[in-house]
Design a binder for this molecule. Structure first.
Ligand code: NAI
Length: 308
């Protein structure tokens, strides 16, 4: 068993920490020495209303257990105000967990502009805004740990969640780029796609599953990613109920159009190869990994042209 991971001297900002998963992240980090900014707007799962009670209750719980915490009630798109709370109270920010979230599930043909805009604001703008507000401080400190929250709905698509899935996959793109930009300053940025019982999943999960999928299974993974011991960055992990796994892209070897024929029929002719993941698939990790087949084929075309 390794030594207990501690967060003494570290300041963590957890958005949406008044309920569900975020609350367990805040409690766990605080119990191991972190000073925590408990952010929560205190609205409904659909993004309506506001209340200070949710954040206050978690701060209270942390303090009762002997920890340090400060409440913040701003909506996450005001990341600068939330980070200011951390800097004013504790003078630094080491960990940002972009957890706040709402749902506006509805089939795409019935989705309103408001359904789209609210999900965009809370998930995409919220995550951007907190990262942006903490970024300069983390760069100066040469230290930062950011954990963003995606979802299986974003990774795979899910009926009734066009708005939510678009933002959740957008958050993964943001994660991967920030991981690259933060690398030289020891800022690690990772992403999770959790599954847990909460008020958010209460509408779609049966009671016994809600109880079994405890958020406490997810919290230690987030805490590990938030620790200085974690060296990985730019990763996406799927997790729940004590299972944790990294996910990556897989690309088929692909098909090449015959030189001189770029017709739709030629595409149909190579389609089996385009869709074949069994024969020498690749696992690109960077844009540099992504380009070689395109460039290689240009060379093949050039060679073929020179023989004409
Ligand atoms: P939850 O509804 O229990 O907690 C979300 C918290 O975020 C609430 O306390 C809410 O008041 C707060 N919040 C909402 N909008 C906010 C805003 N604009 N500013 C500040 N706080 C705000 O939900 P849960 O399940 O704990 O979800 C946490 C995160 O995990 C979300 O990002 C969600 O999309 C994501 N997630 C959860 C899954 C699950 O199985 N529970 C599955 C996949 C992703």
């Amino acid at each position: 068993m390794s030594d207990k991971l501690r967060y003494d001297g570290k300041v963590a900002v957890v958005s949406g920490a008044g309920n569900g998963l975020g609350k367990t992240y805040a409690l766990l980090l605080a119990s191991r020495g972190a000073k925590v900014v408990v952010n929560d707007l205190g609205g409904s799962t659909h993004g309506e209303g506001a209340d200070t009670k949710a954040a206050d209750a978690v701060v209270e719980e942390i303090k009762k257990a002997g920890g340090e915490a400060t409440a913040n009630y701003d909506s996450v798109e005001h990341g600068d105000k939330i980070i200011k709370t951390a800097l004013d109270a504790y003078g630094r920010v080491d960990i940002v967990i972009n957890n706040a979230g709402i749902l506006r599930d509805v089939a795409f043909h019935k989705m309103t502009q408001k359904d789209w805009d609210l999900i965009y604001t809370v998930h995409m703008v919220g995550t951007y805004s907190l990262c942006k507000a903490a970024w300069e401080t983390m760069r100066k400190q040469k230290y930062g740990r950011i954990i963003n929250v995606a979802s299986a709905a974003g990774l795979y698509g899910n009926f009734g969640q066009a708005n939510y899935s678009a933002m959740k996959l957008g958050i993964l793109g943001l994660t991967k780029t920030l991981a690259r930009e933060g690398a030289s300053k020891n800022i690690k940025v990772n992403c999770i796609a959790p599954l847990a019982g909460s008020r958010m999943t209460a509408t779609v999960m049966p009671e016994e599953m809600l109880e079994a999928l405890r958020p406490e299974f997810v919290a230690p993974v987030v805490a590990y990613l938030a620790h200085e011991q974690c060296e990985d960055s730019g990763q996406i992990l799927e997790l729940g109920a004590g299972w944790i796994a990294a996910l990556r892209w897989q690309r088929a070897k692909g098909g090449f159009l015959p030189f001189g024929d770029s017709s739709p029929e030629a595409v149909a002719g190579v389609w089996d190869a385009v869709m074949n993941f069994d024969d020498e698939p690749e696992y690109p990790e960077t844009t540099q990994d992504s380009f070689p087949p395109v460039m290689g084929n240009l060379e093949r075309y050039k060679e073929a042209a020179s023989k004409l």
